[in-house]
Write a protein that binds this ligand. Structure first.
Ligand SMILES: C[S@@+](CC[C@H](N)C(=O)[O-])C[C@H]1O[C@@H](n2cnc3c(N)ncnc32)[C@H](O)[C@@H]1O
Length: 233
């Protein structure tokens, strides 16, 4: 059983549990992690879905960054949304950024990063999307922070209310046991939009645990679409 599964079963809450969570979770992350996947999102999935939503008159776009760590993933996605959507201010945009680690969630809420943490962010993007607070601290501009909504959430439990146009859950399923991965993937089938997509880490494959996802692959990257609704687990 992985540490976060064990944590979900602990029968106490409070500061000790929070400290334990922060100690046992691996929060390694980076901005624009796995660039081919980010390109698949920015150049293919996002334009397709935005066009469909625009045609239907639903100017709403929701992403879920599940297991978001300190925020590199949701803030990367927020930059892509602001770059890729014409007149973003006319849209209701939200990236729900969740993690079991409360210290990480606090970092997402603050939106402040060091230049080392911003390593994957180009100079042009850093200039456009981050303000220099001095002392090697850079804060995401209000337009980015407005899109990213941080909340604590344990993936071992029920999912937050959907639907989400795209779910990112990268580089954490590898830490879960088979049964938990199956439950999480099943939850995703119920809260991802029918024409939406799921992005996993490059060594995580839903096909190993579920037949309900089909891959949408480019030569360098892959994401998954849900095939059919299933019974809730
Ligand atoms: C290795 S990081 C990956 C961060 C980001 N998704 C990425 O790919 O850069 C894994 C994150 O998953 C979080 N995590 C671990 N178990 C979790 C759980 N049961 N529910 C929600 N988040 C969890 C950890 O706290 C950590 O921040």
């Amino acid at each position: 059983m992985c540490p976060s599964e064990l944590l979900a079963r602990l029968e106490f809450d409070g500061p000790e549990r929070r400290q334990l969570t922060e100690l046992v979770t691996i929060t390694e992350t980076s901005f624009f992690r796995n660039p081919p996947q980010m390109d698949l999102f920015a150049e293919t999935m996002l334009p397709q879905l935005v066009e469909t939503r625009r045609r239907s008159g639903a100017f709403r776009f929701r992403l879920w960054s599940a297991g978001c760590s300190i925020g590199a993933e949701p803030y990367s996605l927020a930059m892509i949304l602001l770059e890729g959507i014409t007149l973003p201010e006319a849209w209701d945009l939200e990236i729900l950024a969740t993690d079991v680690n409360l210290a990480a969630i606090k970092r997402v809420e603050e939106g402040v990063f060091t230049s080392r943490e911003l390593d994957g962010v180009s100079k042009a993007r850093r200039g456009r999307f981050f303000e220099d607070l001095g002392a090697d601290r850079w804060r995401a501009i209000p337009e980015l922070r407005r899109i990213v909504r941080a909340a604590p959430h344990n993936l071992s439990g029920p999912p937050p209310p959907g639907p989400f146009d795209i779910i990112f859950c990268r580089n954490l399923l590898i830490y879960f046991q088979e049964e938990t991965v199956r439950t999480i993937l099943n939850h995703f089938t119920h809260c991802v939009a029918t024409d939406g997509a799921l992005f996993l880490g490059h060594s995580e494959f839903p096909g190993l645990h579920s037949t309900r996802w089909r891959s949408m692959a480019t030569p360098d990257a892959v994401c998954y679409r849900v095939t059919q609704p299933t019974e809730r687990s």
